[in-house]
Design a protein around this ligand. Structure first.
Ligand SMILES: [Ca+2]
Ligand SMILES: [Ca+2]
Ligand SMILES: [Ca+2]
Ligand SMILES: [Ca+2]
Length: 454
């Protein structure tokens, strides 16, 4: 009499069961398997099936291989300090630890609820990678036409629009949405990009119109609104050569109130010490002017420079971030460099909540790397700033750097069937490291456009 052995599953049955058991694909709050299945066989081999692989195709590929023991979602496990956002590997300035030291910085903190005003063209408040990180005006009731908490602005639940003069700072250009994502797109949520700070509170203040141009009036009003409503950091990714006393007084008042103002140095490719641009050229002591670097660390060709005016340089070329309408896009310019500084200030403020504006400002500037660029301070280094601010409390990651690097490039696409079959025939018992690019990520990548902006 035959005693039945342990029950084995056919590939088809196992996959069918898994498809029923697996939750519907939705933006995951935790790292997900992204639809991949891991097939374990009786001979000890493991095989990854990409999303959409049919059971019959999988069977055909497996040929005479041994029977399936079990199938499960191909779960993800991250090294500390590496977000699982699926466009993270496209964020060269964060994925490469030599640029900002992002991974080492995130081993200290990923940033808490520090309010950053993004004074710009508005913000797509429904963007899934930003909506969780929005500043909310606690006393204001939306859409009732009443200034409920009496701050002088009606229905300003998520900031204010000084162009349309209403409580809806929707972004009709895209510039502000992109800048906001660099400061603080939600990190570690399994999709899109990671901001420098993962959980900042973004206060969108719309001062630029659909053409990304604003006036001294809207800019001065926007800065005063941000200060009055609790911003600790202001990002101003704008520049112009006309000097406005009203705008300068607003920036000076912000600085006097202990708010750090981060300003783009501008994209004219020239020295601004002799012919200044503003707000970068304003004299307020808590203003940080930021030039843009390209890959490799040199100043970007478009970036302004000037050791007397410009404080730091930060990445500003080919930066992938959030786009108005829910997608992602690449942009270049000092507008993209400034928010890296603003995000780093959020990390500093989260790691050292005892520090005031001057302490944060000094920690940021002391942490820079001197690399001979035509800026007064040096190149932004988030890890360096945190190391200085935390001293002996700076934690060194337990994960070896090599492993971290390997994990960040785990974006190998599902190879064409031919390649996979060839590899499978070569080695059966080793783990196939093939992973799959989700169809959503592929679509996003296709939609990622290249643009150069002011
Ligand atoms: Ca109000
Ligand atoms: Ca209201
Ligand atoms: Ca509006
Ligand atoms: Ca994200």
């Amino acid at each position: 009499m035959r005693i039945p052995g342990p029950r084995v599953l056919t590939t088809a049955t196992a996959i069918a069961v898994l498809l029923v058991l697996m939750p519907a694909a939705a933006p995951a709050a935790t790292p997900s398997a992204r639809g991949e299945l891991l097939v374990a066989r009786e001979d000890g081999s493991l095989q990854v099936l990409c999303p959409g692989a049919s059971a019959s195709a999988a069977r055909a590929r497996s040929g005479r291989r041994s029977r399936v023991r079990f199938v499960e979602p191909n779960h993800r496990y991250a090294a500390a300090g590496v977000p699982q956002d699926d466009l993270f590997t496209e964020q060269w300035q964060l994925a490469d630890g030599r640029v900002l030291g992002a991974s080492a910085a995130w081993d200290q903190t990923v940033g808490g609820e520090v309010t950053v005003a993004v004074i710009d063209s508005g913000l797509d408040v429904r963007h899934p990678d930003l909506s969780e990180n929005l500043w909310r005006n606690a006393g204001e009731v939306p859409g009732n036409g009443v200034d409920d908490e009496a701050n002088g602005f009606v229905d300003d639940v998520h900031g204010f629009d000084f162009v349309g003069r209403d409580g809806d700072p929707a972004d009709d250009n895209g510039h502000g949405t992109h800048v906001a994502g660099i400061v603080g797109a939600r990190g570690g949520n399994g999709f899109g990009v990671a901001g420098v700070a993962w959980r900042a509170r973004i206060m969108p203040v719309k001062v630029l119109g659909h053409d990304a141009v604003g006036s001294a009036l809207t800019l001065a009003e926007g800065v005063r609104y941000a200060v009055a409503n609790g911003a600790r950091i202001i990002n101003l990714s704008v520049s112009g050569s006309g000097h406005s006393r009203a705008f300068e007084e607003a920036v000076q008042a912000a600085s006097d109130a202990g708010v750090i103002v981060v300003a783009a140095a501008g994209n004219d490719g020239r020295d601004i010490d002799s012919a200044p641009v503003y707000p970068a050229g304003f004299a307020a002591p808590r203003l940080i002017a930021v030039a843009a670097t390209a890959r490799g660390g040199a100043l970007s060709a478009v970036s302004n420079r000037g050791p007397a005016t410009v404080d730091v340089a930060a990445p500003g070329q080919d930066i992938v971030s959030t786009a108005a309408g829910g997608g992602y896009e690449r942009r270049t310019g000092t507008s993209m460099a400034a928010p890296h500084v603003a995000g780093t200030l959020v990390l500093l403020a989260s790691a050292r909540p005892d520090l005031g504006a001057d302490g944060l400002h000094q920690a940021l500037l002391r942490g820079v790397r001197r690399e001979g660029l035509a800026v007064g301070g040096g190149t932004l280094d988030a890890a360096g700033a945190l190391r200085g601010a935390l001293g002996g409390r700076f934690r060194t990651a337990t994960v070896p750097k090599a492993a971290t690097t390997k994990r960040t490039v785990a974006r190998t696409t599902c190879r064409p069937a031919k390649t996979r079959a060839r590899r499978a025939s070569r080695s059966r018992s080793t783990v196939k490291r093939s992973t799959c690019r989700s169809s959503a990520a592929t679509a996003k990548r296709a939609a990622t456009r290249s643009r150069t902006r002011a």
